[in-house]
Design a binder for this molecule. Structure first.
Ligand SMILES: [Zn+2]
Length: 248
């Protein structure tokens, strides 16, 4: 089946059309080869992201003053190496305490920065869709079927080191096929985070834009269709961020 099975999204009839489409596309693409990961690897990372919630090692790590205060054993994966599992679990369960040390350790263990970015993105996409479908009372979607195909394996020659732990595409270095990503002065650091792997960046933001706002600078919801006010959106975001320890 070249295109994979269609995603049956519960409650789709009650959702904004572009939101339902963005969720379905994000989920379906977990089962397709990415820029550096195969379809099977992406699905194993997604399954690993879900398993992190039942990981006793993550529980022990979270209870420690520092993520390095105690040796913890994360629930292993049958299909992924230990340093991949560690990155995925830290992204899902303890992201607020990720430092350059984690990046250095997993890269020393053999992970490329490109893989680091795509693994992080797949883990976040999985967590985001799971949170959304659970939040609307639909529970977790079944994993998509893997689609045959190879990753592009195309290095990003425009990327330069930093400003965070991995290389990114600076707005002034964006090539013509990526310049639109930073159009309209939308070169906030939060958008730059995954730009080492530009195809994955676009996958992430196709979902994030639909879940939140494509341009957060709009006043109120001028020209944007939402069922709650901008103030209500930001109140929910602030409360959820505080409860999750996200202080961006
Ligand atoms: Zn864990």
């Amino acid at each position: 089946m070249p295109n994979g099975q269609p995603i049956r999204l519960p409650h789709r009839q009650h959702m904004r059309a572009e939101l339902a489409e963005a969720v379905a596309v994000a989920w379906r693409e977990l089962g397709r080869a990415g820029c550096w990961l195969t379809a099977d690897q992406r699905l194993h990372v997604a399954a690993c992201a879900r398993a992190a919630w039942q990981c006793a090692g993550c529980d022990a790590q979270l209870a420690s003053l520092s993520p390095y205060a105690a040796h913890v054993d994360h629930t292993p994966s049958d299909s992924l190496p230990g340093h991949w599992v560690r990155l995925v679990h830290c992204v899902v369960r303890d992201s607020g305490r990720i430092t350059r040390r984690l990046r250095d350790e997993v890269v020393s263990a053999g992970m490329s920065e490109d893989e680091y970015v795509e693994i992080t993105s797949v883990a976040v996409l999985t967590r985001t869709v799971d949170a959304f479908t659970t939040g609307i009372g639909a529970g977790e979607l079944p994993m998509p079927e893997p689609v045959a195909g190879a990753p592009a394996y195309t290095p990003n020659t425009a990327a330069t080191p930093g400003p965070g732990f991995v290389a990114t595409t600076a707005p002034e270095h964006a090539q013509p096929d990526f310049a639109d990503f930073y159009a309209n002065d939308s070169h906030f650091y939060i958008r730059r985070a995954l730009t080492l792997v530009q195809g994955e960046t676009r996958r992430f933001w196709r979902l994030a834009n639909a879940l939140y706002l494509e341009d957060p600078r709009v006043e109120e919801l001028d020209g944007v269709s939402r069922s709650i006010t901008r103030a209500q959106i930001e109140f929910l975001a602030t409360r959820a961020s505080a409860m999750l320890g996200c202080y961006y």
